[in-house]
Design a protein around this ligand. Sequence first.
Ligand SMILES: Nc1ncnc2c1ncn2[C@@H]1O[C@H](COP(=O)(O)OP(=O)(O)OP(=O)(O)O)[C@@H](O)[C@H]1O
Length: 790
Amino acid sequence: MATFRTLSMLKQMSTTWCRRKHAFVCSSYSTRPPKSEDKPVDSASKDKRSKLFVKAKPKKVLEIHSIIKPSSVVSKYRECEETGGGELDKDAVKMVLEEFSRSSEIRTLCRENDISPDLFRTTFQSFSTMCLEDKLRFDIHLLLNILTIDKGDVGMLFPYYLGYSQEMFPHLKSMNMLKGLTDLTSPAQWYVETRAKTRKIVMHVGPTNSGKTYHAMKRFLKAESATYCCPLRLLAMEICNSSNDQGVPCDLKTGELVTFADENNQPGNHVACTVEMTNLKDNYDVAVIDEIQMIQNLDRGWAWTQAFLGLKADEIHVCGEEAAVPLIKNLAVLTGDTVEVNEYTRLNPLMYLSTALEKYENVMPGDCIICFSKEVIFDVSAELNKRGVLTAIIYGNLPPATKIAQAKQFNDPLDPCKVLVATDAVGLGLNLNIRRIVFHSLSKGNRRWGRINSSLVRHIAGRAGRFGHIYPKGYVTTFKKSDLYSLHELKNEKVIPIQSAGLQPTPEQMELFSNHLPDASLKNLLIMFEHMAKHDKENFFMCELNQMKKLAELIDNIGLPTKDKFQYSHVPVDTDSEVQCDFFVQCATKHFYEEPISISWLTSHLGWPLEMPTTVADLKDMETIFNCLDVYLWLSKCYPNIYQDEERVREIQKELEIWIEDGLKACLFEKLNLAQKRKLEMQTLKRKISSDNPEKQELEKPAARSDSAKSPKRDEKPNDKNNDMLDLIKFLKKGGMSEKRFKTLSKQLQFDPNFISSQPLIGKHPMKTRPDKMKVLKYLEKMEKDKYQK
Ligand SMILES: Nc1ncnc2c1ncn2[C@@H]1O[C@H](COP(=O)(O)OP(=O)(O)OP(=O)(O)O)[C@@H](O)[C@H]1O
């Protein structure tokens, strides 16, 4: 069985790092958010994709002073040894102070000076203690003396109290400046050059699979210069490839990857990007903003708002749900643009069935079973595989290339894999040959997320019967009979118009804000900004900065400038993963020491070369490593001097993709008996070899035979006609296999326990020792013959 030591190595790496003589940081464990065990178990809820459908909720009010440590100011009021005015009557002073605290005039003055009742309680308590001290500064002593004897206006004490409070909480001094900086009431005016244009907004709205993007893309392809902005890198890649295929050279820009259509790596006139990467500097003839309903997304909505308000394009094509029309019209009033709305209807019919699937035996080719956790996906797949049904698998955390490979396998009419098991990650972005969507459940399995919302149901359901694909009609149902009613209820739920668009401070605003509060940590700066920000509540809401705050907390002890920390707080790290958080902290620490992060450092810490994962837990670990490499690539775009080995990291990521893809199969194999494993192994191998090899024809015949779902019978004797393995070995011995495929075969061999137990025959582990090809084949042949002769 393959061992998987990488995760523990990565965990060790952070501890070792902490112990280094000069390294500080790694307070990550103490400051980290609750560990994943404390949170709902459902891994799909952690899945980035599921967050795509989260809407804004009202926020709690928070006092700034509760997150800023008060400075010590007492000594400044005790500098004079001699009071010069004799002893103060302490009881009389107490009475003066009480009168002060009860005065409505003082309350008004406090409000005017941004001192809330809560802050007043904190500061006044400290001020009173100071006033009752023996050695008071002369001027305060004198005033208190007058107030206690002459019973003058207690308001005269206010300047002293205010000065004291401002010493205690210095942000009170620059409140006006801070208020100006957090004024987000007119975001449309942030883009001065864009506002100089009158843009034509063309909305393409309708249900899924109604041709919205298709129509917008027609303009993109015809334009002299154009940009396409969308939520997922897979979508951006698809548009980029499709544009290049249609003869319009198109670049690609995502957080981790920038590619140019031009062979000299010069930027071209067309670019497909993830929405956060939208280029607001250059002018375009046409811009397409896809999935506009995500403007209301709690975490990422700001990126759609920024793209919509800031893009310098003559025409902006906005695609998405009809629910976004009123908001976009309102925003267009603020920007002074014209709006045209094109409505579309679904191109292929979609039918919500009145019967549930109920049994795995009722699964049919073209079915896509939607599950809301990775664990359930593997269980469902294993159940289907046991019944001889091959499955493709897609979930959010898989590398894009693996998702594409799985989608391709499922879409290929010649491939025996006809059923897809996936999370809601398929709700956006992939074109799939789905005939029927089957919801395995309608809840995300925990109280926090509860039942999924109607928008998500519609998006997922809409993937069935996609126009231009093989099934002209789509169907939707549930696995459990008890969920059917809820499905129909969700389908019939009225679409609520989108109320407001997300906002987030720009890096420039945050930098200026931090200049006024040089001692505040980034996390506190973010909290303060969020708290102080004022916006037009009719049309906008403040996005949650939770992810940024979590990352800021991890690196707040590192001495990087706030500007860099702010950049780091945008890195796509899964904060539920300890390994990713630790990797992130170490990267930031090395950056602080200006130590380049090389491939050799990375690989030694990642335990390279890795072994192929064979269990779901191993697979998860490998996905985590893949995500760590994504973090590296993301940072390499901002700090190429520190993250110098971008190309090499890309190469090892490609290797990981292959292993993750193979590991997916291995995880399913784990749950099968030997005969079932062999059957599946053969089908996979043949498909891989035939897709690669010029002698494809020769292999297609046995491949066709092996499609049968039946397992080989024990008493079947081997002969060239019915033993697939012998057929294959013969072919391979003739030299019909590339080195790459031989490597794959070696990896596949791990599934045969007999093979592993006889390792001495061919050397050590097949993955590591690159065994002699003929030896392996001879060994395999012998094994096959022995097996059947028994
Ligand atoms: N007029 C058309 N001619 C040919 N193909 C079309 C046409 N309209 C749409 N299609 C194809 O139908 C499929 C669905 O179209 P498209 O992706 O534009 O729909 P959509 O409404 O944007 O869907 P979603 O909301 O799910 O992204 C695509 O494969 C697209 O190429």
